[in-house]
Design a protein around this ligand. Structure first.
Ligand code: GUN
Ligand code: ZN
Length: 446
């Protein structure tokens, strides 16, 4: 069995940092190493200690002076929107109708879904993201494409077919029964196969009838082992429309609560305009609000109020929300998260950012034993970050004096150019030369 010793400046979290000086929340090894065997972390620590645990034919990957961290985790994005990022000029409902519901129809064709799924996984990996939670399209084939591409790379990925039976084009609508049957079959096929995990995915209250919500409730009751994902309170017009469709509900959150969907395996994208009552309802159920900063800015949606989530004891995670989000990079995402919080007088320390992209998001998924940190026995999903990956960063780094400063430079200026390597279950996976291929295709088409 191949053994690999990954050497570099290792950083991994053990708790949520309570402030910039909370050094007990993380472990940092200046000359550190992670020993990997059979896709798992054997142990992490100082190189001098860890190298003694290695066998004679260990492969050494020396990444000094780069940082070695757990692979990044993205808790909400849309795989069929990979080619619809940067669609101009509209807020949520108009954007969905004008661009997204057109794009997602292409996924009726299995070959298209397979090609995009491959590209999607490679984009994640080149940005250092080793686990993500994605919506597929309404077509069951898109879920097969998604998990097939993840399986080919050995990635732990979570996803599911969107269910939508109204307020969408005919070609994108299922029926409550079809949504139920297809979801059941996909769970049976994919949940727990290799590293795959299923997310039951009613898109949002606007695109599901009460009958489909009831079917979702049945699915969640029958499959407590699966995740549930949807969208909540992203945009004022969306909220008005959703609540008008469910007049008996107290508010938007109550729509999902009435159908028994709120639980600790539920991820609710956006959560921007929630009342204290709604955030408290999330807190009570353990459901997770997902902060999608680049998307919330790009679609002109609004500002996520992290401090209110913390004050009311509700769980939250971070995500790119591609293609409402504008980047696959979790570094760029945290850059925007910092600014969104800053606008509201809230602080996001660099340690809190790196915690959130790794262990914090793993905890939001209940997967902290497997991913999000480099403890012995964890899955060996690892990212290697080069803080001088761009020339302006290299110049800025010359004046950096602390790890906190370096992390802040990485999140503020960094992107995929700072991902020197990524390991999935211990295997190096960084895709090379993609940009040249895409550029030459553009020139061919021109
Ligand atoms: N609400 C319902 N569907 C979507 C989607 O695809 N993207 C975003 N940002 N919000 C949504
Ligand atoms: Zn979304």
């Amino acid at each position: 069995m191949t053994e690999r010793l990954i050497r570099g400046r290792v950083l991994t979290f053990v708790a949520e940092p309570k402030g910039i000086d909370d050094t007990a929340a993380w472990r940092y090894f200046e000359d550190g190493a992670v020993l990997v065997r059979g896709g798992k972390v054997v142990d992490t620590g100082d190189y001098a200690d860890i190298s003694k645990l290695a066998g004679a034919d260990v492969e050494v990957a020396d990444h000094r002076p780069h940082l070695v961290l757990p692979g990044l985790i993205d808790t909400h994005l849309h795989f069929p929107q990979t080619q619809a990022i940067a669609s101009y000029g509209a807020q949520l409902l108009e954007w969905l109708n004008t661009y997204i519901f057109v794009e997602e129809q292409k996924f009726a064709e299995a070959a298209h879904a397979a090609a995009v799924a491959d590209r999607f996984m490679d984009e994640l990996l080149s940005n250092g993201t080793t686990t993500a939670v994605a919506y597929c399209s309404v077509h069951a084939e898109s879920v097969d494409a998604y998990f097939t591409a993840a399986e080919a790379r050995g990635m732990r990925m979570i996803g599911g077919k969107v269910m939508m039976d109204r307020n969408a084009p005919d070609a994108l609508r299922d029926t409550p029964q079809q949504g139920y049957d297809e979801t059941k079959a996909l769970i049976a096929k994919w949940h727990g196969r290799g590293r795959a995990l299923y997310a039951i995915s009613p898109r949002f209250a606007i695109t599901s009838t009460p009958e489909q919500m009831e079917m979702s409730q049945t699915l969640v009751a029958e499959h407590p082992e699966c995740y549930v994902q949807t969208h909540l309170s992203e945009n004022r017009d969306e909220i008005a429309f959703a609540t008008s469709l469910y007049p008996a509900a107290k508010d938007y959150t109550d729509i999902y609560a009435r159908y028994g969907l709120l639980n600790e395996r539920m991820l609710l994208g956006h959560c921007i305009y929630l009342s204290d009552r709604e955030i408290s309802a999330l807190a009570e159920s353990g459901a997770v609000g997902v902060f999608c900063p680049t998307s919330n800015l790009f679609l002109g949606s609004g500002l996520f109020d992290r401090d209110r989530f913390d004050r009311l004891g509700a769980r939250w995670s971070v995500a790119t929300d591609v293609g409402g989000g504008t980047s696959f990079s979790m570094l760029e995402t945290m850059d925007e998260a910092y600014k969104v919080l800053h606008l509201q007088g809230q602080r996001l320390t660099p340690f809190a950012s790196f915690y959130r992209m790794t262990l914090g998001n793993a905890r939001a998924l209940g997967l902290e034993k497997q991913i999000g940190s480099l403890h012995a026995g964890a899955d060996a999903d690892i990212v290697v970050l080069d803080s001088s990956g761009k020339s302006a960063m290299e110049y800025r780094m010359r004046t950096a004096r602390s790890l906190a400063e370096e992390l802040f430079i990485l999140q503020t200026m960094g992107d995929d150019r700072c991902v020197a390597e990524v390991y999935v279950a211990g295997k190096p996976m960084k895709a090379k030369g993609k940009r040249a291929t895409a550029a030459s295709r553009f020139l061919e088409n021109a």
